[in-house]
Design a protein. Sequence first.
Length: 121
Amino acid sequence: MMVNGRMPSGKTVFTPRIALLDTGAGFNLISSQAFRELNLAPKPSQQVVRSIGGDTRLVGKVELTWRFRASDVPSKLSQTLYSAVFYILPEQDEAKFDCILGWPWIEENLDLCFYMLRSMR
């Protein structure tokens, strides 16, 4: 996915990010490193992630805008802009991903998700 971020000059740019579709996630997440590189301002959040490893208090949230790379989807879909709120993981969590798209986003975009799954065969 190509996520909309800001250069230090304030110019808007799309930067590539690795996203994971996770049907078990109740919301969208972004790693602290990926968030920092986007140079966006966070909003406060009191959200907590509960997992097998214990509870993690998230450091904030941000609304991201992105599109999928043209090589991953048909040209019509690569021009579509998506937007969703992402919760920011704390610095000490070593994420193996840039972003997780959770169940609420997947449910809103089932047709796209099914297309992506079919195209991976």
